[in-house]
Design a protein around this ligand. Structure first.
Ligand code: SAM
Length: 203
């Protein structure tokens, strides 16, 4: 039986902890591989579904998973409200291995929870499960000595180092890569995050 996630409590209320607006990077995906033909997309650690449902509404064939049962239920609820088809399931990204290829693998704010010693293996798998010409679109937290721990930070989190993700994609075309510091109000307390956003295309 799946274990309870530390996110279940945050997702248990009626409201959406992360809101329902998609991340800014979603719009870049629309430009790089528009859904004017069948394009499969996987959202890894979809939370309450804000990005997965945006993609489904835009016409992608969306599959999404999260460790949190509440997150999965919220994602299904949001998809139903917007009346879009979406396939959602509960899984742990550190253990679950994909059984099909996707045109786009997408994830925001989750990969700090992949232990450093598993990263090589997990990303080799993600790359293998991407179709030729497809994209990996990832946004992850990076460690900066001048940014403190977020008040709602995850126990066991291992933020990435600048450039760490890029090295894993040295053999793919980098369509976009940027590091940014932004203000955040999650949990109701103002704080900052440093993120690395990268879009890489499989040759
Ligand atoms: C900061 S939230 C981001 C949610 C969503 N990607 C978004 O941008 O709205 C991190 C998410 O990662 C999920 N998560 C944490 N560990 C996970 C794991 N091992 N496998 C899958 N999902 C996980 C949590 O349940 C949570 O929904």
């Amino acid at each position: 039986m799946a274990q309870a996630s530390s996110y279940d409590e945050r997702y248990a209320g009626q409201g959406y902890y992360w809101g329902t607006k998609p991340s800014a990077i979603c719009h870049q995906v629309l430009q790089l591989i528009p859904p004017d033909r069948a394009v499969s997309l996987l959202d890894i650690g979809c939370g309450e579904g804000r990005n997965a449902v945006f993609f489904a509404h835009s016409g992608y064939g969306v599959t999404a998973f999260d460790e949190s049962a509440e997150g999965v239920a919220k994602t299904e609820r949001l998809a139903k409200a917007v009346q879009v088809p979406i396939s959602v399931f509960q899984a742990d990204m550190n253990e679950h291995r994909l059984e099909q290829d996707f045109g786009i693998l997408f994830s925001t704010g989750v990969f700090h929870l992949i232990p450093r010693n598993l990263r090589q293996e997990v990303f080799t798998h993600f790359k293998r499960r991407t179709t030729a010409g497809g994209l990996n679109v990832f946004s992850l937290f990076v460690r900066k000595p001048f940014i403190g721990k977020a008040p709602d930070s995850d126990p066991g989190a291992e933020p990435w180092l600048s450039g760490e993700l890029l090295t894993l994609y040295h053999d793919w075309r980098i369509e976009y890569c940027a590091e940014e510091v932004f203000d955040c109000m999650s949990g109701g307390i103002p704080h900052q995050h440093a993120v690395n956003r990268m879009i890489a295309r499989k040759p």
